[in-house]
Design a protein around this ligand. Structure first.
Ligand SMILES: Nc1ncnc2c1ncn2[C@@H]1O[C@H](COP(=O)(O)OP(=O)(O)O)[C@@H](O)[C@H]1O
Ligand SMILES: [Mg+2]
Length: 255
């Protein structure tokens, strides 16, 4: 674990017009940890992930990734908003995996994984392809290099999506309900890949309803409701002995 946290949120607020979605989020994600986020639909989990990689701009508060303010540069006591190019550079270091896999349908698995390194980083195709082969092997799809998404199961597509995110060498991976769209029998293969990443030391924020995964793989867990962190702690403790009634009510529905 290094000196500063990988993510630090201090009173992060986000509103859409009059709708206050995040209402003062405080949390810290340490480098190398698996940080799980659970909570009911509409509690602001996805919005918070989107703020971390600056797909949404926070309305108030401070948010740091790897010691850098997200979207702002600080000079003395003044904050300057970053230009789009700087924002894009910051976002490049953060991998995101969505509920819907969002693969490019007209590209093979290998091409999907190669696309960002080639287009964004200018990596040579041969090199990118070699790397794609390694990454697809890592997610158990070495034999699917030349397969199109439509020929892959949901679980396989999601594993390609993980390989694609890893191809940019992220220092942080965000997972937004990565198994929610999958048939139950395909959930395990995706969670296994995520478990492997955790073992390799990747810092991960995982929004999930998979409480077994959270308990076994998570280092920390927060329960969010109505735009605030209601409680946080070791997953085992929060899940087996929640202190707040709202957490208890939520867990009784999902466990
Ligand atoms: N772009 C947007 N414009 C307006 N409201 C939004 C937008 N994105 C999210 N919301 C609202 O924010 C709330 C929280 O959404 P979300 O972050 O997706 O919650 P969760 O991921 O926990 O289900 C919801 O009420 C949703 O309708
Ligand atoms: Mg969501």
């Amino acid at each position: 674990m290094s000196g500063h946290p990988m993510v630090r949120a201090e009173q992060v607020h986000k509103s859409f017009g009059a709708v206050r979605v995040l209402r003062g989020i405080d949390l810290e994600v340490r480098t190398g940890e698996v940080f799980c986020v659970v909570g009911p639909s509409g509690s602001g989990k996805s919005t918070f992930l989107r703020c971390i990689n600056h797909l949404e701009k926070i309305s108030a508060g401070r948010l740091w990734v790897d010691g850098h303010l997200v979207g702002y540069r600080q000079r003395g006591n003044k904050l300057y908003e970053m230009r789009e190019r700087e924002v894009a550079a910051q976002r490049r270091d953060i991998g995101m995996v969505f509920q819907r896999f969002n693969l490019f349908p007209h590209m093979t698995a290998a091409e999907n994984v190669m696309e960002a390194p080639v287009q964004v980083k200018g990596v040579r195709r041969a090199e990118a392809r070699e790397r794609a082969e390694q990454l697809l092997a890592r997610v158990g799809l070495a034999d699917r290099m030349n397969t199109y998404p439509s020929q892959l199961s949901g679980g396989q597509q999601q594993r390609v999506a993980i390989a694609r995110a890893l191809a940019m060498d992220p220092k942080l991976m965000l997972f937004d309900e990565p198994t929610s769209a999958l048939d139950p029998e395909l959930v395990g293969e995706v969670l296994d890949v995520m478990r492997g990443l955790a073992e390799d030391g990747m810092t991960m924020i995982v929004v999930t309803h998979e409480m077994g995964f959270a308990r076994e793989v998570g280092d920390s867990l927060v329960f969010m409701d109505e735009g605030v962190v209601v409680e946080s702690g070791r997953p085992r403790e929060v899940l087996t002995d929640p202190r707040h009634e709202r957490t208890r009510a939520f867990l009784s529905k999902v466990l």
